[in-house]
Structures are given as C-alpha cells and as structure tokens.
Design a binder for this molecule. Structure first.
Ligand SMILES: [Zn+2]
Length: 455
C-alpha cells in the first residue's frame, strides 16, 4: 500500500511485502471508536462460526471429497491498534481463528486469497510458483469518494441520505448484471463501514477466475471513464448494450429522475447546470437552454414544480426532438455519467488483492461492516447500522434484564438482523458447495472404476 492510499484510507490493499511496515492508519480513534468496546465485540458478538463456514466452502465436513487444507491456505491480515500490520495470517480451524482475533484484537481484518500452500509457511517453499494464489472471490469495491463531482451534499469520506442512493444504484446495477449477464448466484454485499460497499461473488466459478478473466469482467463494468479533462465521461457506443439498456431503464433513469435530480439539485444553479450543458455537443441547444435558465430563474423558482425537474424535461425535449441520433443518446450519457457504478478497478483485477472482512468494525466510525440484502438495498440506511457503542448499550441493557453473567443469546442485539442476511446468503452457498463436491467425488469414483476395469 502506498502512503497515498493509506492517507486516503482505502478499504482495500495490494499484496506487497513493503506493506508489512507499520503505518498510522488508526490514529483517528475518536469518540465513536473505543478499543475496549472492540474487545467486547470480539469476545461476545463477532460471528466466528459463520465466517469459518463461509471461508471453508463445504471443506469442513466429513465428506471424503473435502479438502481439509482449504481453510488453512486462506490469507487473513490484521492491522493492530498500534499500527502493526500482520500479513499472511492463516488458521487451521475456527477455534484458532477465534483465539487469534480475540488475543490480537485487530482494528481491521482483511481477507486475501487461498494460496497453493499455507501462507504462514510460505517461506518454507522454495521455487517459482510454489506459493501462489489459487482462488479468491471475485470482488468489487465501490467508494462514494469517487462520486464527488456528482454529489453536492458531501465530499470525501462523508455520506448522507441524499448521496447514499448512488450506492444503492451501484448495488442494483452490479447485482443484476452479475446474476443475469454472468450467471452468478452467490453474491454477498457488505457495507464498508464508512462510505462505500463491497461485493463478494462466491460461486466456485468466480473463485477460480484468473487475473485476465477478472480484468475482463472489471472492464465489462468500466462504463464510466470520466476525468476532469474530458467532456465526455461515458462511451456508450452506437447501439446500447442490452445490459446497459436494462440498467438504464430499471435503475439509472428512475433513480436519476426521482432521487438525484431534485435531491442534489442538479440543474438549480448555474455552476451545476453548466456541468450538464457541457456534455451536450450542440452549441445552439446549450446556448438556448443557458439563455432560458439564466433569464427565467426567478419565474421558475416561484412555480410549484421543482425547478430541476422543469429544466430536465426542457433539456430532454430539446435533445430528443432533434434529428441527430447523437443528441438523443446525450440524455442517456448524462444519466450514465451521474449514476453508473464507479469501480475501483484494481481491487477486482487481481486475485491476491485483500478486502476488508464482513463484520469488521470501521475504526473511524465504529460502525460494523454489515451485509446488505440486495433485494431491499434501497431500505439500507448506513447511518442506522450497529456501532460498537450502540451494541455495548444493547448488551448492557440485556444484562440488566437477564441478570449478570447470563450467556449471550441470539436476539439480544441489533446485529442479529445482519447475521440473518449473512446466513440467508450462506445457506444456499453451502448447499451448492456440497452438491458440487458430491458430483466431483462421484465422477472420480466412476473414473477410477472404469480405469480399473480397463486395466
Ligand atoms: Zn451526502
């Protein structure tokens, strides 16, 4: 990780031996984050068994086809409270993982790849490719700070209910494309604890993708290519790809017109509408709209209808009534520029990229990185997720009601709702892992039978 990335507090990290040096990521432990509460969280609430089940993908059973070394070859990394960064941690079982987390109390836990050999013993294996990543979930990282040019409510690490719909859009667009265009089914969405979301695609097919295949999938979603110097931010092509048509009709346009247009007042002031006019290649239209909007500002703001909506309709009618095909496409380009998911491409492209574990606690907000149900992601409120202090209060209250020293039971804290989302994701995943194991085992049996016959 470069110094710049550390300062930006990215949720992801690159594999690099240099990273093992300590760094001052955690200096900002403010009122929301209390290491004692983190300790309590790891002792009483962190879902070790569920994380172990997930990361084992069925290889924790007694089935003869199980690969019992599987979980032990997964890299975990910890960042401790004193900024010490521990890479290549590995555990043979759930109890080892639990003991290590409880004793080290990491401020951040990242999950890396499954390697060819136990990552903790990587130095014992000499030779090229002896220690190499062999599996990892296909992951995506979407960060609100990449949307600063299209949100006016907040910037940087801050988020609010007015800009969060941008993340809802990202979840909806990506989730349906991953399912419908790629056929993936086991997809976990997780709140990053501060200003973004992470996606873990866990199908066996996704976990076994090589770097080139991951890069190809990342490129498929690389529609937004904006930078400060380019007027055109998206390149949609002559005919819109069916996946983009679906995204546009089902998600982007409705969210743009119903939430962002008025929520962010995208056409209200000159500074804001100029950014949109800049994207229209026809000078005569932009001059006309600019003239109207600068001239009738007073009148429109008195009318009952929202000025942003009025102006948007006007802009659309100008562009869509034109005979030039490029101008009609311009409406779509504006909507895509303002709404289409903006991915951190590097996170997706490399098998050995680390990503923060679900149910970690963000050290700057104290918020738990809870799973998000994509089916009802529009209801997800990042401001309402459990924090260390809210969980402590709930536990203390439970203690009062049940008497001291009673063992913690489920149903005791608001984290249970998030656990249910996680388990609803896990159950079908583990079922399909088991089925796949049976199929490959039976195939091997058949093979050995037939080969012994021919022999
Ligand atoms: Zn905001």
């Amino acid at each position: 990780m470069t110094k710049e990335e550390i300062e930006n507090d990215r949720d992801d990290m690159m594999i690099d031996e240099k990273e093992q040096q300590g760094f001052p990521l955690m200096q900002c432990a403010q009122e929301e984050f209390d290491p004692d509460q983190l300790n309590m969280y790891y002792v009483k609430l962190f879902p070790y068994a569920d994380i172990y089940k997930w990361m084992s993908y069925g290889n924790d059973r007694k089935h003869p086809a199980c690969d019992l070394s599987y979980f032990g070859r997964r890299e975990f990394s910890f960042i401790l409270g004193n900024d010490v960064y521990l890479r290549y941690q590995s555990f043979n079982n759930a109890a080892q993982m639990e003991n290590s987390i409880k004793s080290k109390c990491p401020f951040k836990i990242d999950i890396g790849a499954v390697y060819s050999v136990d990552p903790a013993k990587r130095n014992a294996y000499a030779g090229e490719n002896a220690f190499t990543p062999v599996e990892k979930e296909l992951v995506f990282d979407i960060d609100m700070s990449d949307y600063d040019d299209v949100r006016y409510c907040c910037s940087g690490a801050n988020i609010c209910n007015k800009c969060w719909p941008l993340m809802t859009i990202a979840i909806k667009v990506m989730d349906s494309a991953l399912r419908e265009d790629f056929g993936f089914t086991h997809i976990l969405w997780v709140y990053s604890g501060r200003r973004g979301v992470h996606c873990w695609v866990c199908d066996a097919r996704a976990r076994r993708l090589n770097n080139a295949q991951r890069a190809a999938i990342a490129d498929y979603f690389h529609v937004y290519k904006g930078n400060e110097n380019s007027r055109k931010k998206v390149f949609l092509g002559a005919a819109l790809h069916p996946s983009l048509v679906r995204s546009y009709q089902q998600v982007l346009r409705p969210f743009f017109e119903e939430e962002l247009l008025c929520g962010q007042s995208l056409l209200e002031t000159e500074e804001k509408f100029e950014k949109i006019l800049e994207m229209i290649p026809d000078e005569s239209i932009t001059a006309k709209l600019r003239g109207e909007w600068l001239g009738n500002h007073q009148r429109s703001s008195n009318s009952k209808e929202d000025i942003n909506r009025v102006r948007w309709e006007k802009l659309k009618s100008h562009l869509q009534s034109g005979k030039q095909k490029g101008l009609r496409r311009c409406v779509e380009e504006i909507v895509f520029s303002y709404t289409y998911p903006r991915l951190d491409m590097g996170v997706t492209k490399l098998t050995n990229h680390l990503l923060k574990a679900p149910f970690c606690v963000h050290p700057k907000t104290g918020r738990v990185c809870v799973p998000i149900d994509p089916e009802c992601c529009e209801k997800f409120d990042p401001m309402a997720v459990p924090t260390l202090s809210s969980l402590k209060k709930e536990l203390d209250k439970g203690k009062l009601e049940n008497g001291e020293g009673k063992k913690l039971e489920t149903g005791r804290t608001s984290l249970d709702k998030s656990l249910k989302v996680f388990r609803d994701f896990l159950e079908p995943l583990l079922k399909s892992c088991k089925e796949e194991m049976e199929i490959s085992y039976n195939a091997k049996l058949q093979q050995s039978k037939s080969s012994s016959l021919t022999w």
